[in-house]
Design a protein around this ligand. Structure first.
Ligand SMILES: [Zn+2]
Length: 286
């Protein structure tokens, strides 16, 4: 027999509801937990309401508004067993990461360079905040968690604050965004609970970048790929054509039209909460 609170049973029951797969009796029992951590497949296909649940702890007795993982039609999310009396965890829930426009392409960044008169832009105004933040979290989530843990451990009762700052290469996302600096200022509170520190707090992220001379990029590229030509050189040519009525002459791009460099920046926040071992040797967070 298995207990109907076990994860295996839940998964089997979810599969039964979805596909009519008969519920099998399983020889090996999974540890029975009252809670679970919501896990998504962490790809583009995860629906937004489920992505928002990633890493959060829920009780089997009290499903979130989305229902339990795996129960909604087509849902591939799953429940990771979680024992609140012993488990360590630290999760960050990002807030305010939303774009309101169709993402600018590299061409749009170049256009703003020539036509924007140096006006600063926010990343969300360019429609690229969500993608850049996702990439950033891939690079930096572990380091961010470790920074919080080490600040919390150094002051396990009361308040703490600190910051981290780093540069990241974001050119794979938008050609025009290069080395991007992200700083996180975080503020937390701690209390002791036996062998554990319970902590929660807020991170304010701020991103800074600048779009400078796109010709710097073009000149260094000897064998010009079509994508680069499309993204960078063609808009310059088009711009020249409309402004001066003729194309820039020849393959040399020195000394043709200049634009105004502009700043690209944005801020967003994250709420974090967690339970971490006081003893470093027993902890998964180093
Ligand atoms: Zn799902």
């Amino acid at each position: 027999m298995f207990d109907n609170k076990s994860g295996e049973y839940r998964r089997a029951f979810a599969a039964y509801l979805r596909k009519g797969t008969p519920i099998k009796r399983l020889g090996k029992q999974e540890a029975i937990t009252t809670h679970y951590i919501w896990r998504t497949r962490d790809d583009d296909k995860v629906r937004a309401s489920h992505a928002a649940n990633e890493g959060r702890v829920f009780a089997w007795d009290s499903p979130p508004p989305t229902g339990h993982p795996g129960t909604d039609f087509g849902c591939r999310c799953y429940a990771e067993p979680y024992d609140p009396s012993t488990a360590e965890y630290l999760t960050i829930r990002l807030e305010g990461v939303s774009d309101s426009v169709t993402p600018w392409t590299s061409r749009d960044f170049v256009r703003h360079y020539f036509q924007g008169a140096g006006r600063s832009v926010t990343l969300r105004e360019t429609g690229n905040l969500d993608r850049i933040v996702k990439r950033y979290m891939e690079y930096a989530e572990e380091g961010t968690l470790n920074a919080i843990v080490s600040a919390a451990r150094s002051n396990p009762v009361g308040r703490y604050s600190d910051y981290f700052e780093n540069s990241y290469d974001m050119t794979g996302i938008v050609f025009s965004i290069g080395d991007t600096t992200v700083r996180g200022d975080f503020f937390g509170t701690c209390e002791l609970d036996g062998e554990n520190i319970i902590t929660r707090g807020t991170i304010i992220f701020s991103l800074n970048d600048a779009f400078e001379d796109p010709l710097d990029v073009g000149i260094e590229v000897i064998d010009i790929e079509e994508t680069i030509f499309e993204n960078i050189l063609r808009p310059i040519e088009d711009h020249g054509r409309s402004r001066f009525g003729f194309l820039p002459s020849g393959p040399k791009r020195e000394g043709i039209y200049t634009g105004e460099p502009y700043k690209i920046s944005d801020t967003w926040t994250g709420a974090f909460e967690g339970r971490i071992r006081v003893n470093l040797l027993e902890s998964t967070f180093k």
